[in-house]
Write a protein that binds this ligand. Structure first.
Ligand code: IPM
Ligand code: MG
Length: 353
C-alpha cells in the first residue's frame, strides 16, 4: 500500500514524540513493503509564531492531500495565562477537526498488566478494564455561538439531529464489533441538548436490538468510571463531556502518556495522543512516546492493516515488559530511558521481529 502522511508535530513535547511516531511508522512500512511519504506542516503556537495562524491554509491543504494525519500536541503556557489573547494554539486543533469534518473521536481505554499498579485505583478495579469512548468532536459548546465581554460571557451547547445520529451510528458500529453494550452519556435531567441526544438515542436503540443500550447522566458516569470501570464497553457522549471523561479514563491506564486516539469523519483521519503538549518537559527527552506510537497502530488498523497494528502493539508491550520505560512509568531503581531510547528500542524490535 502507498501511504501519504501529513505530520503535524506542533508544540512542547510534540516534535519529540512525533519523531518517534514517524520512525516506528517507517520501520513498519519497511517491514511490510508499504511505501510511505511524510509531509510536515505547522500547527499550534509554532504556527502562530511563524504565520500568525494556528492552522494555516497551507497546513489544511497538506492535510486534505494526505491519506492520514499524524498529529502530536499543541499548546503553550504563554497563551494559557492570557485570557485576552485573540489567537490561541488550541484553535489550530479545533480548526483542523472542524475543517476536516472529524466528528468522531475514538479513545480506547485499556490497561497494561505490568502497569496496573500505576493506576491510582485499586488493582482489582482496573485489571481487565477495556472500553472505548466515542466522543463527538465537532459540535457542542466547543463550536456553538460564543460571546464574551467584561461582564458577561457564554458558550452555546448546540446539537442538531443529524450530528447526533451520525455519532451514534459510529458508536453502534463499535458496540457491534465489541461486547455489544453501549452507554449513552448525557445530562438529560438538566440540558435540552442532552434531551435531544437521548431522544435520538432511544429511537436508534430500537434499530439495534443486538446491542444493549443504556443511558447514564454524566456526573454518574464520572463516578461509575472509577468505581466500576469494567462496566463499560462502548461509551458515546458529546464533545465537552468526552473531553473531561477521557482525561479521567487515563487514570485507569495509569499514565496520560499511554492513550492514543483516532479522529474520523468526512475527510482525512487524524491520529493523535490524547495528552497535551506538556511544555515543562519540552526538550528534556522524558515524554512518553507510547501514546503517539499507539496512534500509529490505530492509523494502520484504520486502513485495515491489522498485522501492522498488531506488531506495534506487540512491540509496545515488549518494551514495557523489558522495563524500557520513560520515567513516569519506570519501576523503582529501573534504568533510565528517554523518549528517544524508548522509540529506538521499539523500532529495533520491529526490525528484528
Ligand atoms: C483533547 C484536548 C483538546 C480538547 C484541547 C487541547 C483543545 O484537551 O484533545 O482532549 O479540549 O479537545
Ligand atoms: Mg482533553
Amino acid at each position: 500500500m502507498e501511504l501519504k502522511i501529513a505530520v503535524l508535530p506542533g508544540d512542547g513535547i510534540g516534535p519529540e514524540i512525533s519523531e518517534q511516531g514517524v520512525a516506528v511508522m517507517s520501520a513498519v512500512c519497511d517491514k511490510f513493503g508499504h511505501k510511505v511519504s511524510f509531509e510536515y506542516a505547522l500547527c499550534g503556537a509554532h504556527a502562530i509564531d511563524v504565520t500568525g495562524d494556528p492552522f494555516p491554509e497551507e497546513t489544511f491543504k497538506i492535510c486534505m492531500d494526505a491519506d492520514a494525519v499524524l498529529f502530536s500536541a499543541v499548546g503553550d503556557p504563554k497563551f494559557d495565562n492570557d485570557p485576552t489573547a485573540k489567537v490561541r494554539p488550541e484553535q489550530g486543533l479545533l480548526a483542523m477537526r472542524k475543517k476536516l469534518g472529524l466528528f468522531a473521536n475514538i479513545r480506547p481505554i485499556e490497561t497494561f498488566e505490568c502497569l496496573i499498579h500505576k493506576s491510582p485505583l485499586k488493582d482489582e478495579l482496573v485489571r481487565g478494564a477495556d472500553f472505548v469512548c466515542i466522543r463527538e468532536l465537532t459540535g457542542g459548546m466547543y463550536f456553538g455561538e460564543k460571546y464574551q465581554d467584561n461582564d458577561k460571557a457564554y458558550d452555546t451547547n448546540a446539537y442538531t439531529r443529524p450530528e447526533i445520529e451520525r455519532i451514534l451510528e459510529e458508536a453502534y458500529k463499535y458496540a457491534e464489533r465489541r461486547r455489544k453494550h453501549l452507554t449513552v452519556v448525557d445530562k438529560a435531567n438538566v440540558l435540552a441538548s442532552s434531551r435531544l441526544w437521548r431522544q435520538v438515542a432511544k429511537e436508534m436503540a430500537v434499530k439495534h436490538p443486538e446491542v444493549e443500550t443504556d443511558y447514564m447522566f454524566v456526573d454518574n458516569a464520572a463516578m461509575r468510571m472509577i468505581q466500576d470501570p469494567k462496566f463499560f464497553d462502548v461509551m458515546v457522549t458529546e464533545n465537552t463531556f468526552g473531553d473531561i471523561l477521557t482525561d479521567e479514563g487515563s487514570c485507569i491506564t495509569g499514565s496520560m502518556g499511554l492513550l492514543p486516539s483516532a479522529s474520523t469523519g468526512e475527510h482525512t483521519p487524524v491520529f493523535e495522543p490524547i495528552h497535551g503538549s506538556w511544555p515543562q518537559a519540552k526538550g528534556l527527552n522524558i515524554a512518553n512516546p507510547l501514546a503517539q506510537i499507539l496512534s500509529v497502530a490505530m492509523l494502520f488498523e484504520y486502513f485495515n492493516l491489522m498485522e501492522e497494528g498488531k506488531l506495534i502493539r506487540k512491540a509496545v508491550n515488549a518494551s514495557l515488559d523489558a522495563n524500557v520505560r520513560t520515567p513516569e512509568i519506570q519501576v523503582e531503581g529501573g534504568a533510565h530511558y528517554g523518549t528517544k531510547e524508548v522509540g529506538a528500542w521499539i523500532v529495533d524490535y520491529i526490525k528484528n521481529a
